[in-house]
Design a protein around this ligand. Structure first.
Ligand SMILES: [Zn+2]
Length: 296
């Protein structure tokens, strides 16, 4: 029995690296019968089976014959900091920082204009299974997992009944850097309906890297998010928007379903799930400019 469990453990270690978009569920349930034989029950994890309830407008019943859309117009907004500027802010920090009052005005605009926030899971299910989207979907994304995501962004999102996606890095979370989200904060946010997704282990250019290095930078962070939040992590944000075919291949083999870039655009396509474009919200983006971006 002990030997068999060790064998199963070994098989699971192998299975965790299996090249498959649908990943074998973490638990292999062992049912021991009276004769001492062992039955292993496995089931496939799919977005439907593990999907947290999200705020999506009344979906219609699933039709029997689904015609899949090749693409969808879904603005994915890209934020970094939402905070007051530190006194020593350089030009990069100024560009990457949206002030809290400006962010609030943007949320107010989205609510008043009838936008519904969705997640990347919702977009994936729309493009691959034909699940309906709200009339005016928008995806809010926050890169790098800065502490203000918990202190400023998260409370405002709750206030407006919105969800958002946070792309976090494993290393600063592991070392509990005061500038970044902790695992406990991420867990609280995930429990409240926020999506915690992967931005890599560290914030490095992943182009032209070896297979082993790409695995090192992309697999552990995914598993850490899932371990700490109890929610699946299936989407990746390319550090500094840089990627190549080798990286996409490793992401697919690790069970990721898509990735966002820093390319400008609002067209998400089924063929381009690993090259989803976004709209960058800058520190000096006016509310008028924000509104006109969302009109396509
Ligand atoms: Zn980043």
């Amino acid at each position: 029995m002990t030997h068999t469990i060790e064998l199963l453990h070994h098989l699971w270690q192998q299975a965790s690296h299996v090249i498959a978009p649908m990943r074998l569920l973490l638990a292999l349930t062992i049912v021991s019968s009276m004769s001492g034989s062992i039955v292993v029950q496995a089931r496939w994890e799919t977005p439907e089976t593990r999907r947290a309830p999200r705020r999506v407008s009344t979906p219609s019943p699933t039709p029997t014959a689904v015609v899949l859309p090749d693409e969808a117009q879904v603005p994915i907004l890209m934020y970094h900091y939402v905070s007051e500027l530190p006194p020593d802010a350089d030009s990069y920090r100024v560009d990457l920082t949206v002030k809290p009052e400006d962010f609030r005005a943007q949320l107010q605009y989205l609510a008043a204009a009838g936008f519904d926030t969705i997640t990347l899971d919702d977009l994936y299910l729309h493009l691959t299974k034909g699940h309906p989207l709200p009339n005016k979907p928008v995806i809010l994304t926050f890169d790098d997992g800065y502490r203000d995501a918990y202190e400023v962004v998260y409370p405002m999102l709750v206030e407006y009944g919105f969800t958002a996606t946070f792309f976090i890095l494993a290393t600063p979370a592991h070392f509990e850097s005061p500038q970044y989200l902790t695992w406990a904060q991420m867990k609280e946010m995930a429990d409240a309906g926020m999506a915690i997704q992967s931005h890599g282990r560290d914030h490095v250019d992943l182009r032209g890297r070896s297979y082993e290095y790409l695995v090192y930078q992309t697999v552990g962070v995914k598993e850490a998010i899932e371990y700490h939040t109890g929610q699946p992590a299936r989407f990746f944000c390319y550090p500094s928007g840089r990627y190549d075919d080798d990286l996409i291949a490793v992401l697919k083999s690790a069970g990721y379903l898509g990735a966002v870039t820093t390319e400008w655009g609002t067209t998400a396509s089924r063929a381009g799930l690993f090259e989803l474009p976004r709209l960058r919200i800058r520190g000096n983006t006016s509310l008028a400019a924000f509104a006109s971006m969302l009109k396509h």
